[in-house]
Design a protein around this ligand. Sequence first.
Ligand code: ADP
Ligand code: MG
Length: 344
Amino acid sequence: MTIEVRNLVKTFGSFKALDGIDLKVDSGELVALLGPSGSGKTTLLRIVAGLDWPDSGEVFINGEDALAQGARERHVGFVFQHYALFRHMTVFENVAFGLRVQPRAVRKDEAAIRTRVKELLDLVQLDWLADRYPSQLSGGQRQRIALARALAIEPRILLLDEPFGALDAKVRKELREWLRSLHHEIHVTSIFVTHDQEEALEVANRVVVMDKGRIEQIGSPGDVYEYPATAFVHGFIGESIELPVQVEGGAVRLGGRPLRLAAEGLAPGASKLFVRRHDMLIGPPGSGAFEGAVRHVRNFGPVQRAEVALSGGETIEIDAPRDKELRVGDMIGLEPRRYRIFAG
Ligand code: ADP
Ligand code: MG
């Protein structure tokens, strides 16, 4: 099943929640919609699901005009952040629900329903919880059951809106791996919404980065991390040092002083310089494009994180290997191994 969205616009009053969205999801893909809160992710998902309608634009599911269909006809599985399980029903009955309410003509008989529910509980590895009630489950277990319930009707596509958003960090991490391997098993075309970049990059085979109702970039996790297309993407994905610079007279200037950085091909004007924290090479003063004094060193975790006050007055944070000796008060030179400059 494919999903295609063309030039989708959605306004609430005078506010443009979606501002011309074009997106194609191939059959069997797991695509992540990644963007800050308010960027339009839920709005887009709800329109694909048939829970809301756009002002203009088109939606196709498997090549069919989805906007001409109601939510039911689209045959979409939906999982939300907040557990939507029925509290008065057992896990088994929650998963069976979608099958029991199907039109009589297509409804499975009781034996077939029991077999299907058993399969689904096996699939999410929670068959042993069949007789429990939602209140007796952990948050992570509830979301796995919610997923089993969404899959019960054999949806053509699966839409997940921050499904792990309410869970704690460790459980989220486990569920990401679990979801990725589950998708590998069932291959249902899926859109996974999150504001958590790590989650998006780990779960999906393609990432759609959104901001202010627009798509900023679509690419593999490697692409959006290594080759951000815009200043927004660079700032949002991965940890970056961000400095306001001026491109002027063939030089890149920080606070008026030229930096030893190539300015060829850059449009003159106010710009933003981005460097990944781990891409700053540390040397003696005078050895790089920047110079500064070490203000603070955090020496735990996989790398050392140092706060450096640049001579120009800006303060940045860099990541250095643990074996690099850094002491508060040291003057150092910094040379970006890689950097990007975006206009604006
Ligand atoms: P996200 O899921 O990325 O956090 P949403 O799609 O929920 O973003 O919302 C995008 C923007 O549209 C937000 O600014 C939100 O306040 C606004 N919005 C969403 N739904 C409504 C609504 N029903 N009425 C008015 N504004 C809305
Ligand atoms: Mg949302």
